[in-house]
Write a protein that binds this ligand. Structure first.
Ligand code: HEC
Length: 493
């Protein structure tokens, strides 16, 4: 969990206007009954807010008793009325998610009536007990906790920093990973951390070559093969469903690949991660489908300054019956809307994810309550919309600047990722193959469609012509395209 700069303040609608419209009694209560903290408010706050708003968690102040809640009563009404809190960016309308953090209209009404009527405490005897929160990690006691061996100094200012830190695990035997949770020690400067499993020893070597903790460039072998997950602002770690796990080989090192965004104040980062293991090897493989692939790296994102709705789409046809079980989206400050829709073979459409007002500070991952069946032949469509106008309060540039795909927070990315598992175990390989082919085809399509439009693209295109246009006719014929595909495959796409 992470304290994020709250750019959302400007976005709030006036909650007073909303309050003026609400009725004056709590549904289910007789008109004269007073709304009290003990009986009506505490159950809502303890269940929906205190998980994060308690000591040791990421939220900026506790909400665990009458005094703490009373002190911020008005503010609580404001942030709940415009649904800024609890943080939850997935729209309703699709299959339900697990642990949905969403207040009902009635609950919001109760909170505002309590504040309007003077915030009575009521009978302190009637306050429910706080839920039994897991100490420390939200997923409970980890099987193993790992920590960066040395702290890394993040300067007060300067450009964003990408740095990799290796931790040797020294596992006595292979393990099966169910979940990884992460805590930065300096949350104000850690934008995200990606996790890699290194069996090659390359990461250790690189680490030994540099004096300051960690190393700068991720070895390519590792970048292509070892990615196992990650953490970003506002992410919540998810446990893989029963029967699923990722292999953690006994000789492996763990690598944090961390993106720092200096905050104006020097900080020291010493990240900690919690690992959760399964007792038994997995019985169900799974794959991740990302549309557009590689966080949009091959989607030729190039957003003109001032453009209010710039969008990219991509789609994938499901080759075998699959279950979708988790989903998440990623973009930077200009990201606005992300949608993933499934069109089932019969024509029925199903909203897998819709985010209407993307907030860079909250990169939630959503797990479906039940597996969502997507039969063979289902078409999955994704659309990402960016707002690069001056009206976007999260736009880091005023006046807006032309923005392309890139690693810095002020560059853009954009994609939706859904986790899929073949219904028949025997189909898992076909699913994985189709996903990697889709990735390669997207890269090829974009490459051919856009390469000579941009300046660096023209450079690429010249190199590509020199490499692949064997007959020098200025076009890529099927044989030459095949060679490009092979080349992209070799590049890890
Ligand atoms: C998943 C964790 C989480 C939950 C659940 C949560 N909060 Fe928060 N809350 C945060 C974090 C982190 C911040 C600070 C970042 C921010 O302001 O965006 C915050 C900020 C706030 C703020 C200050 C907002 C501002 O603009 O400074 C208020 C008020 C608040 N929360 C109230 C609530 C209430 C009321 C609930 C329950 C209905 C709730 N929160 C549920 C994590 C959470």
């Amino acid at each position: 969990m992470k304290l994020a700069p709250s750019t959302n303040k400007h976005l709030r609608t006036s909650s007073l206007a909303v309050l003026a419209l609400v009725a004056t009694s709590v549904p289910g209560l007789s008109g004269s009954e007073l709304v009290t903290f003990s009986e009506h408010v505490a159950p809502i706050i303890f269940k929906n807010c205190s998980t994060c708003h308690r000591p040791g968690q990421g939220a900026p102040f506790p909400l665990t008793n009458f005094e703490e809640v009373r002190k911020r009563g008005k503010f609580i009404v404001e942030v709940t009325t415009d649904r800024y809190m609890p943080p939850w960016h997935a729209a309703t309308g699709g299959p339900p998610f697990k642990d949905e953090r969403r207040l009902t209209d009635d609950q919001i009404l109760t909170l505002s009536q309590w504040v309007e009527s003077g915030m009575a405490e009521g009978d302190p005897e009637k306050v429910p007990a706080l839920p039994d929160f897991p100490e420390g990690w939200l997923l409970g006691k980890p099987d193993m906790v790992i920590e960066m061996t040395e702290a890394y100094d993040v300067p007060a200012d300067g450009p964003d920093i990408y740095r990799n830190f290796v931790v040797s695990l020294d596992l006595p035997e292979d393990k099966w990973l169910k979940a990884i949770d992460f805590k930065p020690s300096a949350p104000s400067v850690v934008h995200h951390s990606l996790f890699f499993i290194d069996e090659t020893g390359d990461a250790r070597k690189r680490d030994a070559e540099e004096d300051t903790p960690g190393f700068r460039r991720m070895p390519q072998r590792l970048e292509r093969g070892g990615f196992i997950g990650g953490w970003a602002l506002g992410a919540n770690a998810l446990m893989l469903p029963d029967g699923m796990a990722d292999k953690l080989p006994k000789n492996a090192d763990f690598v944090f690949s961390t993106h720092f965004h200096p905050s104006g104040k020097p900080e020291q980062e010493k990240s900690v991660a919690a690992l959760y293991f399964s007792n038994a090897p997995p019985t169900r493989p799974y794959s991740k489908l990302q549309l557009p692939p590689l966080f949009g790296a091959v989607a030729a994102i190039d957003i003109p300054a001032g453009e209010k709705r710039y969008s990219k789409t991509d789609y994938f046809e499901v080759p075998v019956d699959v279950h979708a079980f988790a989903i998440g989206a990623h973009a930077h400050y200009l990201g606005k809307e992300m949608t993933m829709m499934a069109t089932l073979p019969g024509g029925t459409s199903l909203q897998l994810l819709r985010v209407d007002d993307w907030d860079f500070a909250w990169q939630e991952q959503y797990a479906y309550k039940e597996f969502v069946l997507l039969p063979k032949g289902t078409r999955i469509d994704a659309e990402i919309v960016w707002d690069n106008s001056d009206e976007n309060p999260r736009n880091p540039s005023h006046p807006p600047k032309r923005t392309k795909w890139g690693l810095e927070s002020t560059d853009e990315m954009g994609s939706v990722t859904v986790a899929l598992s073949a219904v028949e175990k025997a189909d898992s390989e076909a699913l994985e193959t189709a996903i990697s082919e889709h990735r390669r085809e997207s890269a090829l399509r974009t490459f051919l469609a856009n390469a000579d439009k941009s300046e660096e693209g023209r450079g690429w295109m010249q190199r590509a012509r020199a490499m692949f246009d064997r007959d020098q006719n200025g076009k890529f014929d099927p044989e030459e395209r095949k060679a490009i595909r092979e080349f992209l495959k070799g590049m890890g796409l």
